[in-house]
Design a protein around this ligand. Structure first.
Ligand code: IYR
Length: 240
């Protein structure tokens, strides 16, 4: 991992990430028995192993409470100096979803035809994707995750967000798990070259960058997914 520069940026006054007299309190921790821990870890694996990326969504609405809960859950991720460098833009407005779809399809058509190249598009063929993205208007919710590279305190001083990339990636993983746990499906998408246009459509500041766009909802009836399999433990783990 590259070391981030610890030098202050220029001469500008920076706000501390945390108060210098931050209190420390006893950890709330309940020790689990070994049997229970093994069982819970198996159950959690079984649950998450059923998560699939879905590209065909039903238009059926999703209770907003669930969306609020999954975003609160994503916000439990650890972050550099507890800067919580994430903004989750939740879009249910059909008009804004339509505009997002337009921006993405226009760019993705160029991506598929020009930018991605033969090897990439050939690699993707089995997944049956293309630049037409009905899920962007079918799914009841789009969640756009922005990473905040820095922020400003109320008094105008700038606060640096350490490890914002890693922190937001961690929160995205937790978000995916929370979506799945709530019986919803999603599609992890990172629309190439659309970040700035989507950021300005949603009126987000220049300090933020789009990291992930997730349609969230229920799968369409008779939704198909590619028959993919996960690597076994011995192929993803090395032990010392
Ligand atoms: N972002 C494009 C292309 C795409 C790229 C990869 I790598 C995928 O695993 C799937 C799709 C799209 O969403 O169509």
């Amino acid at each position: 991992m590259e070391l981030e520069s610890s030098k202050d940026e220029g001469d500008e006054e920076l706000a501390p990430a945390l108060p210098s007299d931050l209190k420390h309190i006893p950890l709330q921790f309940e020790r689990m028995s070994k049997d229970r821990a093994v069982k819970k870890s198996e159950e959690f694996y079984d649950l998450l192993n059923k998560r699939r990326t879905v590209r065909h969504f039903s238009k059926e609405p999703v209770p907003k409470e669930i969306i609020y809960n999954i975003i609160k859950t994503a916000g439990t991720a650890p972050s550099g100096a507890h800067t919580e460098p994430w903004t989750f833009a939740v879009v249910s407005s059909p008009e804004i979803k339509r505009q997002i779809r337009q921006i993405i399809e226009d760019e993705e058509e160029i991506n598929y035809k020009k930018r991605m190249g033969k090897v990439w598009t050939t690699d993707l063929k089995p997944l049956r994707t293309n630049w037409v993205k009905e899920y962007l208007t079918d799914a009841p919710y789009l969640i756009l995750v922005f990473k905040q590279m820095y922020s400003f305190k109320e008094d105008g001083t700038k606060k640096l967000h350490y490890y914002n990339e890693q922190s937001v990636s961690l929160s995205c993983g937790i978000l995916l798990a929370a979506i799945h746990c709530a019986g919803l499906v999603s599609l992890t998408s990172t629309p190439l070259n659309c970040g700035p246009a989507l950021r300005s459509l949603l009126g987000r500041p220049a300090s933020e960058k789009l990291t992930l766009l997730l349609p969230v909802g229920y799968p369409a009836e008779e939704c198909l997914v590619p028959d993919l399999h996960r690597k076994p433990l011995e192929d993803i783990m090395v032990e010392f």
